[in-house]
Ligand binder design. Structure first.
Ligand SMILES: C[S@@+](CC[C@H](N)C(=O)[O-])C[C@H]1O[C@@H](n2cnc3c(N)ncnc32)[C@H](O)[C@@H]1O
Length: 294
């Protein structure tokens, strides 16, 4: 019964957090994203699901939530998140593929997916998998990379770029790295049972000389003002959206873990979870549930 799912972009052993965020000159983008999350996230809630959590860069920004489940395919990214956030009842670390989530239905009242959809070859499938884990009325904050950004439009007009920023299909600009058209994202959100409430454009000033000239916090404050036009037009490289899960058929909140291969509910029995349906075994390594096997 194992599904054939699209390939995963591999971050195992990557120094992404260090090289991209900590020493990569991205203080402005980080500050702008922090402000966007503040605008979009509810003040509090119970169970938040963070998809593609990486090294946990954003996790401490979900301070109002009682419990946070960090999902990422890379064990080494999650190990960095454990080092950053520590082990506590509040955090659950899960190594799993978003296309094959080992989680029950209706478990979460909020979810975020930041800088992760751009690795999804089948974005609508990924969105449908996320939607299944959420309660009716849950909030979903999605960030996506926008192909219809000013730079791409200009380059296309000057014939410096062959792909068309105006067409709805995603562009794969590097292997398993996709930019999306805002209208395609809106269509997929609607088709997968989300009601789009708000769009914020982010990273208006992602230009080298501006970042060198002005302090990151100043640019991020300007960005947050410009982002308020996000419901009218989206011309920035990054767009944040807030959607609400539409009503679903009645059903009980499911067991926390399910076998990603056969969907049998799993008992939470560290150091190993064994599926009574198909016999697959899932280890818990240094506090991280590892559901990638099989
Ligand atoms: C660019 S990083 C972003 C990390 C974090 N959200 C941030 O903004 O700092 C993308 C993350 O998505 C994870 N990822 C990519 N494809 C995935 C998949 N199919 N399932 C789970 N995680 C995935 C990668 O392992 C990586 O940690």
């Amino acid at each position: 019964m194992t599904e054939n799912t699209p390939p995963v972009c591999n971050y195992e052993d990557s120094d992404y957090q260090q090289s991209f965020w900590e020493t990569g000159g991205r203080a402005y983008e980080d500050a702008a994203e922090e402000i966007a999350l503040k605008h979009l996230l509810p003040a509090g809630g119970k169970n938040l699901l963070e998809l593609g959590a990486g090294a946990g860069r954003n996790t401490s920004r979900y301070a109002g939530f009682e419990s946070i489940t960090l999902v990422d395919y890379s064990l080494t990214q999650l190990q960095q998140a454990v080092n950053r956030l520590g082990r506590s009842e509040r955090y659950r670390y899960v190594a799993a593929d978003i296309y094959r989530l080992p989680l029950g239905e209706r478990l979460f009242d909020a979810a975020t997916m930041i800088r992760t959809l751009h690795h999804m070859k089948d974005a609508p499938l990924a969105l449908a998998k996320v939607q299944a884990c959420l309660q009716p009325g849950a909030v979903f904050i999605l960030e996506y990379a926008n192909k219809l950004n000013l730079k791409a439009m200009l380059r296309y007009a000057l014939k410096r770029q062959t792909w068309n920023p105006y067409s709805l299909e995603p562009v794969e600009f590097a292997e398993l790295n996709f930019d999306f058209h805002p209208q395609a994202i809106r269509n997929w959100l609607q088709q997968t049972g989300f009601r789009l409430e708000r769009q914020l454009t982010v990273s208006h000033f992602r230009v080298g000389f501006l970042k060198r000239l002005f302090p990151a916090r100043f640019l991020a404050a300007l960005d947050s003002v410009a982002s308020l036009t996000g419901d009218w037009w989206q011309l920035t490289p990054s767009v944040f959206t807030r959607s609400i899960v539409e009503n679903k058929a009645d059903g009980l909140v499911d067991a926390l873990f399910h076998c990603p291969a056969c969907r049998t509910p799993l008992q939470d029995t560290p150091p190993e979870l064994i599926c009574s349906g198909c016999g697959k075994r899932y280890p818990v390594i240094d506090g991280i549930y590892d559901f990638r096997a099989g």
